[in-house]
Design a protein around this ligand. Structure first.
Ligand SMILES: *Cc1c(COP(=O)(O)O)cnc(C)c1O
Length: 362
């Protein structure tokens, strides 16, 4: 029992965590629920794993991931001093929130009400005040909502998730240039599947930070590699916070895997092109079945059907071994987020949906 009715629980930091998508096992499962890439990583990645000398694990990894940053510097044609890496862009984003959204006047961080559902979780965890700004009815972002509004920072996923919609570079530039006293983070997790990168703006604006991930277009969700690109000053502050927390986050094998993935741009272009083509074919057929969805710039579509309950369809698909994502929020509960997989996986999903739509109209 406790003194004065006090408990250690009074000292706990209670949080409501992010809920990651399920990771079911099983050979027959069609997994279209976490936006993973259906193709294996570049062949050079397999060679790294085969040839890695385990004796090297005796030593700590390179804390600043020099080799990987050099490879990224060539890939993006940008100096290494403009590049930060972390264990997945979740790690990079969390650290960026901690570093840059520290408004002394507690001005709110701005982000859309429908977006990556980790943003509000980090804001809560770090005690950052925030304001979720409603999307338009068509699920697009109105850039004007982010102009002339007091804020302690802005984060926008472009293309946005789970809506799949992208904003033009001109709109991003307006947001960055009209908010010179805030850091603006553009989360480009899906930009390789459509949309325009804000990379050319980095030289012009020292308040712009772009985040990227190897999880989607590089087929390396299991390796956990995330990147931030920004002015040298922003990147320095990120390393400072990184080295005040845990310096050696990315292991030596992962650093080499990242370099290997970046050594093969042809493979990267070939696989992302295949995914885009599958998306276009799948979108046509899905829309022929009466599903409604915005035109995707990502490796997923965000679809609803006027005559079908999405929560029920989600469960019925799962019984078939087909996993998609359903979010319970009021504005999104009628939708399913469907990752673009292999052609034959999308065919099986479409076959099921064809029969389902004719049987289950609400
Ligand atoms: C997948 C995703 C991430 C996180 O990616 P990781 O690098 O796997 O941590 C970040 N932002 C958005 C919008 C995503 O969809």
């Amino acid at each position: 029992m406790s003194l004065n009715g006090k408990s250690w629980r009074d000292n706990v930091r209670f949080v409501t965590p992010y809920v990651p998508g399920e990771q079911p096992d099983g050979a027959d499962i069609i997994k279209l629920n976490t936006n993973e890439n259906p193709y294996p990583p570049a062949p050079a990645v397999a060679s790294v794993l085969k040839d890695f000398d385990s004796g090297r694990l005796r030593k700590y990894p390179k804390p600043l991931c020099d080799g990987l940053r050099k490879a990224l510097s060539d890939w993006f044609s940008i100096a290494s001093e403009n590049i930060f890496v972390g264990t997945g862009s979740d790690d990079v984003l969390a650290l960026s929130f901690l570093t840059f959204f520290n408004s002394k006047e507690r001005k709110p961080l701005l982000f859309p009400d429908v977006t990556y559902s980790f943003y509000d979780v980090w804001a809560e965890l770090f005690g950052i005040s925030y304001e979720a700004i409603p999307l338009r009815d068509d699920l697009s972002i109105d850039e004007n909502d982010y102009i002339g509004r007091e804020n302690g920072g802005i984060v926008i996923a472009n293309p946005n998730a789970p809506t799949s919609l992208s904003m033009p570079l001109s709109a991003i530039e307006r947001i960055v240039s009209e908010n010179p006293s805030s850091v603006v983070i553009i989360d480009e997790a899906y930009v390789d599947f459509g949309g325009e990168t804000a990379l050319p703006l980095i030289e012009k604006y020292d308040n712009l930070l772009i985040t990227r991930t190897f999880s989607k277009s590089m087929s390396l969700a299991g390796s956990r590699i995330g990147v931030a690109l920004g002015s040298k000053e922003l990147i320095k502050y990120l390393w400072d916070v990184r080295n005040s927390f845990n310096s050696y986050t990315m292991d030596s094998i992962t650093q080499e895997i990242g370099v290997a993935a970046l050594s093969d741009r042809d493979y990267f272009d070939e696989t992302r092109k295949k995914i885009i083509e599958t998306r276009e074919r799948f979108s046509k057929e899905l829309s022929a079945l009466g599903f409604v969805f915005p035109e995707s710039s990502s490796n997923f579509v965000f679809a609803k059907h006027p005559a079908i309950d999405a929560a029920v369809l989600f469960e019925d698909l799962k019984k078939e071994g087909i996993y998609v994502r359903h979010f319970k929020g009021e504005r999104v509960k009628d939708h399913l987020r469907i990752t673009i997989g292999l052609d034959r996986e999308m065919e099986r999903l479409l076959d099921f949906l064809k029969a389902y739509v004719s049987l289950n109209r609400r």
